[in-house]
Structure formats: C-alpha cells, structure tokens
Design a protein around this ligand. Structure first.
Ligand code: SF4
Length: 219
C-alpha cells in the first residue's frame, strides 16, 4: 500500500508551468483557477498562443513536487491544459492527485486523443473539447462521450456546416457549445455573432465568449 503511494507520487509529469489566474474561456469562465500546463502537443494550430508548450522536450517534475506547489496556491479549481493533456499517459495519475486534494478538475483538450485509465474519472471532471481545423475537426469517440462542452475557436476555417456535424448535434441540443473569437480579433467577434445568428435560426443557442482573462491583462 505504502509502496503504491510512493510509486504514485514519484510519477514524472511533463510540466511547462503552474500558475493561478481566472478561467478566461468556455462555460466555466470567471472561475478562480490553478492552471497546470503540460508540455507537448500533437497539433500545430497557426494561431496557437502557447508555442513554448508545443515541443515534447521539457521539464519532468515529480507528482509530489506538483502537490507541494499546489499547497502554496489558493484556488481550488484546477485546469489541466497544454500543450495537449491527453498526449500524456501520466494524465490519470495527475487527475487522481487533484481529486484526492479536493480540487474540482477541468481538462482542456484538442479532442484528438484519449488515455486509457481516464474512464474512471471522466464523469467527475469537466472536459472542455476544442476541435481544431488542423485536425479537420476530428474528435475522438471517448472525448465525444465524456466532454461537458465544445469550445470552437472562431477563425477563418470555421463554418456553420462544421458546427452542424452529426457528432456535434447532442452538444448543440443541450446548449453546450461555445464560440470563442480567435485572439479576441474584432473581425472574428463579428463572425462569431454571425454564426450564432445562423445557428439560432436553426433552433440552436450557442454562447459567444471572448477570452475574458485578456480583458484583465491576466495570463
Ligand atoms: S491544440 Fe492547442 S496547444 Fe496544440 S497547437 Fe493547437 S492551440 Fe496550440
């Protein structure tokens, strides 16, 4: 038992950074949050705002050291982001630690991957899936099954036909779709409102939410 515990806290996590801010995106916008940014992503979006987190080369940090870092922070909502969190087989161990430490847990993912062992946590956490044009908006079936929201970045590529794809309809029907204008660009805000109107005519309510943390000059 003790040996299991030691092995678990010695797990190495590819970490880019940990910091405290507010959740600036999606349905949980405004929530005080600890961001745990993992290192490495399988995609390369043209407008990615985390270029330093894309390479898989980076710091390997012990889970026990992450635990110590979390103890210094105030927020009790943890957002695992990246890079791409599901690119790492260690993800279930990190989620387990956070739940044991009484954090509510959110994972931000591009939706293309899945990690075995996440099924047992999937219903207790908030998965935000942001399908990406560079992956032709492909979403892994497990992410479709467990995600609580779809957050689409409104860029040149996004169209009403993509939003109305069969696999995304359950999210539209349950009002769990967010449109986020790329980099808070004015032209993309206008496009987001236009997409929102077009979907409304088809009977679907989607939310338009810009990146709120940028309004406060926060990370
Ligand atoms: S999926 Fe996210 S982290 Fe990866 S390249 Fe795209 S925006 Fe950047």
């Amino acid at each position: 038992m003790l040996r299991d515990k030691i092995r678990k806290t010695d797990t190495l996590i590819p970490l880019n950074e940990i910091y405290e801010s507010i959740q600036g995106e999606g349905l949980l916008v405004g929530t005080p949050s600890v961001f745990i940014r993992l290192q490495g992503c399988n995609l390369r979006c043209p407008w990615c705002d985390q270029p330093e987190a894309l390479s898989f080369k980076g710091n390997l940090v012990k889970l026990s050291d992450i635990k110590k870092e979390l103890e210094k922070l105030t927020a009790r909502h943890a957002v695992i982001t990246g890079g791409e969190p599901f690119a790492h087989k260690e993800l279930p161990k990190l989620v387990e630690l956070l739940l044991e430490e009484n954090f509510s847990v959110q994972i931000e993912t591009n939706g293309t991957l899945w990690v075995e062992g996440m099924e047992r946590f999937a219903k207790d956490i908030h998965i935000t899936c942001s399908p990406k044009g560079v992956a032709r908006y492909y979403v892994n079936p497990n992410i479709l099954k467990y995600a609580k929201e779809l957050k689409f970045v409104v860029d040149e590529e996004l169209t009403p036909e993509i939003l109305l794809r069969k696999e995304f309809l359950p999210f539209l029907e349950e009002k769990r779709v967010v449109l986020q204008p790329e980099s808070n660009r004015k032209d993309m805000m206008e496009k987001a409102l236009k997409l929102q109107r077009e979907l409304l005519k088809k009977g679907f309510i989607v939310r338009v939410i810009p990146q709120i943390h940028k309004c406060f000059d926060l990370k």
